[in-house]
Design a protein around this ligand. Structure first.
Ligand code: HEM
Length: 227
């Protein structure tokens, strides 16, 4: 049986757009992305002498040392604000596990064989969860190594463990964000969602069909209510 969504959007929909992100979400996202790059680059400059030259971006070594924890906190606050707006669409559903089991079809672009995807796919949801875990560990491990305010309150063993966990989870977060950026560029039309805020019906149908179906059903329902 075919329904309204089993066929791609028709020519009639050409030029039509669907709102995916309101401007406040986009501003929140891009400020968070800038804060991430500043926190990551300042952190890398403190991590290894070979990367110390990066501290020039922040006014030299002492300034980098002062600024880095505050940049990290800013990134955390901006992510929490963003997460509050998108978290309801990021919980794993049974169809997401099926999608993950077919990861071979995902990377080989055989999207027609995959289960229908909601507003976010399982990969996006796992990236979201990984960012939540990394930022939590970075905050908890950052406190004992924030010398000027807190280190004196912790034994040296906790400070050492903090330094190790901080470096490890910073590495995982940077890797995760590289994957996030790669996926955003790989799925054509996604970056536009976060810059202009809109996507085409064809994009929604191809990549997030269950979400598209919900939008069509809601639109039909509100039309019949006003008729
Ligand atoms: C240059 C860097 C970045 C680029 C190009 C980028 C690109 C994008 C794009 C295109 C989307 C929309 C995807 C869609 O609607 O299907 C998106 C969503 C999102 N981004 Fe980014 N992003 C960047 C950095 C970051 C950073 C640093 C974080 C967090 C620390 C982040 C967290 C998110 C979240 C939470 C979403 C909502 C989707 C979801 O929950 O999976 N992004 N990003």
């Amino acid at each position: 049986m075919t329904d309204a969504v089993s066929l791609p959007p028709s020519d009639r929909d050409r030029g039509a757009t669907i709102l995916r992100y309101a401007s406040r979400v986009r501003v929140n996202h891009w400020l968070g992305a800038i804060a991430f790059f500043c926190a990551a680059l300042s952190g890398l400059s403190l991590f290894h002498p070979a990367l110390f030259w990066l501290s020039g971006l922040f006014g030299g070594g002492p300034w980098t040392r002062i600024l880095h924890p505050f940049l990290g906190l800013l990134m955390l606050i901006l992510f929490v604000l963003l997460a509050l707006q998108v978290r309801s669409d990021n919980s794993m559903q049974p169809r997401d596990w099926a999608w993950l089991r077919q990861i071979g079809d995902v990377v080989n672009n055989r999207e027609e064989l995959l289960p229908e995807v909601g507003r976010y796919n399982a990969g996006q949801k796992l990236v979201f969860d990984a960012v939540v875990v990394c930022l939590t560990v970075l905050l908890l491990s950052g406190i004992p190594i924030w010398r000027v305010y807190f280190s004196a309150s912790f034994p040296i063993s906790v400070q050492r463990l903090g330094a190790f966990a901080h470096a490890l989870f910073a590495f995982i977060l940077i890797t995760t964000i590289i994957i996030h950026i790669y996926a955003a560029i790989w799925v054509k039309g996604s970056v536009r969602a976060m810059t202009r805020g809109t996507v085409t019906p064809g994009w929604a149908w191809k990549h997030h069909r269950a979400w598209y179906r919900e939008l069509i059903t809601d639109a039909a329902r509100s039309r019949s209510r006003t008729d």
